[in-house]
Design a protein around this ligand. Structure first.
Ligand SMILES: O=C(O)CCC(=O)C(=O)O
Ligand SMILES: [Fe+2]
Length: 673
């Protein structure tokens, strides 16, 4: 077969421009709207399937249909991000000029604009392979006969591609007919970060909280009612569900005790246990309602947690803790293989990729600009399918990413060569892998470090110590109703730099959301003081980060309480004294005292505490976003998706001069690093 390669005349520039906006951009098959709806929610135009006759009388069928479609859609957005978007893909057009490929760095903004803002590759993709002294190089798209020959060589140098079956790598042409190179045998200058692919995939495939990649537990009101953490709620549901199989709304009463024991909330005495069992199964029918059991378990678990107070298990996030997943907000793409599927019968039948670790969440396939026919990539999840048809007749890089548990398949390549790079996608702490990961960044190199160091080394700067509140420059979005704690790994740009510097200095710091009244959490000062004490005791900042994390995730954050001031609407913060029923001279020094509790509504006390905390803090900078912007996608009165942007501040404890002198008291003339 004569090798096909692109020439400049075949590929005029104008053509390249139009290829991105025409039909060619949508040549993958998109899921129909009906596919999104659970079967029982698909309603025909006449509304015949609807049970609710009342609605039928007052609303035209069309409106009912529309509403149910939108309802289902917004539900999907809310709870099933994971299912609604299981894959995404796109095109990176390669710009060819009459002179051939452009050199890197020659793209102009005008060209970008003409291309609908879509990113373009101005240069080809280079691949180098072969052993020492016998290496070859190739740039794709292949523009002349020489490059065409090099491509043939690359294909010839690939090894037959195996795949995993029954725990071992096997070669079976009826299942996979392809060639492959290992990462140790080739190099490429294609970079999924540089081209913007990783950011795009992060945006589409990473849910707001990566913990949602875990199987979803239907949210119950119970968690909120009893102030349970997410983990506690999951445990309760799991304990009950495991014993309720096939019994609808009930569990066998004989299962109540095992549930209580599993959650370590069983009554201490037999009498108590009997009374509890009697309470749950009043009729002695042998069946207990799930809802009742849920309530009892939740109540007992929450009481127990309260009794144990601050001695609850550490919330530290270790390297193997599943919470690490929740705190991840970035992706890392790791090059895995170069694959070649050649016509007429290159194929990889339906399979699921082997998970490489528990942080492995998906795969990225990048199809290099080599012409071929057939060879579509089909990706499936929950009975839905997206087919990427990439038979490239234009020099472009096509790509697709999908979750690990998606079945996928490369349909038969009928002619040409389908050359792909595959990447494993891993959850990572955040853009740039800054926080928590071994750092390549040296905080003293940040200009801020010098500034802050100078301040701390001056005796006249807070000689008696104090608290510094620094408003963050960016605001941070939250879409999860409960898991909206701030984590350092979310921080962007200058905020991240500030945080890194403060931590590197060994200062006690709290990352705290501020509400619309500009108030911090009520225990922010207490939290800083505890942290400072612990640091002094341990004699340094080595364990500092994990300590911070431990304290930062507070129960309130996990409880889904309206943390950001919604509830404070009833209180006029400036005139709080109207609510505060003590006289000036008889104010209790301790808000937690019994006296204070007796005479003040708890909300007022908490608010007062926050107001007072505020006056103890010296504030720097402007509050980033003065109001919470809320995007509300609501239809009817139930399902809604909210994105909240919240401001936050870093609150730093400045130690008194004496301890500070020991730490920072170097002469101002001496260079800092
Ligand atoms: O090359 C492709 O399109 C995908 C290959 C694949 O599924 C794999 O390597 O696991
Ligand atoms: Fe695969």
């Amino acid at each position: 077969m004569a090798h096909h390669h692109w020439t400049n005349s075949e590929m005029p520039i104008q053509d390249t421009f139009t290829s991105g906006s025409g039909a060619d951009r949508h040549d993958y098959h998109e899921t129909q709207l009906e596919d999104i709806l659970p079967v029982d929610q698909v309603v025909n135009d006449t509304g015949e399937n609807l049970e609710n006759v009342d609605v039928l009388e007052t609303e035209p069928p069309q409106a009912i249909f529309q509403r149910s479609v939108l309802d289902a859609f917004s539900k999907a957005l809310q709870w099933q991000t994971r299912k609604a978007t299981f894959t995404c893909g796109g095109t990176l057009p390669i710009l060819l000029t009459p002179e051939g490929r452009m050199k890197s760095g020659e793209l102009t903004p005008i060209l970008n604009e003409r291309f609908n803002g879509q990113r373009m590759m101005a240069r080809g993709v280079a691949v180098r392979w072969g052993s020492n002294g016998a290496g070859s190089a190739l740039t794709l798209p292949a523009l002349d006969a020489g490059e065409g020959e090099a491509l043939q060589r690359l294909i010839g140098d690939c090894k037959p591609a195996t795949f995993g079956r029954g725990g071992e790598d096997v070669y079976d042409e009826s299942y996979r007919r392809a060639g492959a190179l290992d990462t140790k045998d080739f190099m490429t200058d294609f970079c999924p970060y540089e081209s913007g692919l990783v950011s795009i995939i992060e945006q589409y495939l990473l849910p707001p909280v990566a913990g949602e990649l875990e199987p979803q537990v239907e949210r119950s009101k119970i968690g909120e009612k009893y102030g349970l953490t997410f983990d506690q709620e999951v445990k309760i549901h799991a304990a009950i569900e495991r014993r309720a199989r096939g019994r609808g709304d009930f569990v066998n009463s004989s299962n109540v005790q095992p549930c209580l024991e599993e959650l370590q909330v069983a009554p201490a005495t037999t009498e108590e246990m009997f009374s509890l069992l009697g309470q749950l199964d009043k009729l002695g029918s042998g069946l207990t309602e799930k809802a009742d059991l849920l309530d009892v378990l939740a109540a007992r678990l929450s009481t127990k947690a309260r009794e144990q107070g601050s001695s609850t298990p550490s919330r530290e996030v270790g390297p193997n803790d599943p919470k690490r997943k929740m705190l991840s907000c970035g992706l890392r793409a790791e090059l895995y293989k170069l694959n070649v599927y050649s016509g007429p019968s290159g194929v990889f039948k339906a399979h699921v990729d082997t998970p490489r670790s528990d942080m492995h969440i998906g795969s990225l396939v990048v199809c290099l600009p080599v012409p071929f026919e057939g060879g579509a990539l089909a990706v499936r999840h929950s009975g839905r399918e997206v087919v990427y048809k990439w038979g490239t007749d234009k020099p472009a890089i096509r790509w697709a990413a999908f979750y690990s548990d998606c079945e996928h398949e490369v349909l038969e390549v009928t002619s040409g060569h389908r050359v792909t790079l595959t990447y494993n996608l891993y959850l990572a702490p955040g853009t740039g892998l800054l926080n928590g990961a071994p750092k390549c960044l040296d905080p003293p190199s940040l200009p801020l470090f010098g500034h802050l160091h100078k301040m701390l080394a001056a005796e006249r700067f807070f000689p008696k110590g104090g608290y510094l509140g620094i408003h963050l420059a960016h605001s941070y979005p939250h879409t999860h109703p409960r898991l909206h704690q701030f984590v350092p790994s979310m921080l962007k740009g200058s905020d991240m730099a500030l945080y890194e510097v403060v931590v590197a200095m060994g200062l006690a710091v709290v990352l705290d959301p501020t509400d619309k009244n500009n108030l911090s959490s009520e225990d922010v000062i207490q939290c800083l003081e505890e942290m400072y004490k612990k640091q002094r005791k341990s004699g340094g900042s080595v364990t500092f980060l994990s300590k911070l994390k431990e304290q930062k995730i507070k129960d309130g954050d996990l409880r889904g309480e309206p943390e950001y001031g919604e509830d404070d609407d009833h209180f006029d913060v400036d005139n709080l004294d109207n609510w505060f029923i003590f006289d000036e001279d008889e104010r209790p020094s301790d808000y937690d005292s019994d006296e204070a509790r007796e005479r003040c509504p708890p909300k007022v006390l908490a608010l007062k505490k926050r107001c007072d905390a505020r006056t103890m803090i010296t504030w720097l900078g402007e509050k980033g976003h003065t109001e919470m912007s809320e995007t509300l996608l609501a239809y009817g009165n139930q399902a809604e998706l909210r994105v909240r942007y919240s401001s936050a501040a870093l609150i730093v404890k400045i130690p008194r001069w004496a301890p500070r002198q020991a730490q920072f008291g170097i002469p101002a003339t001496k260079p800092i690093y």
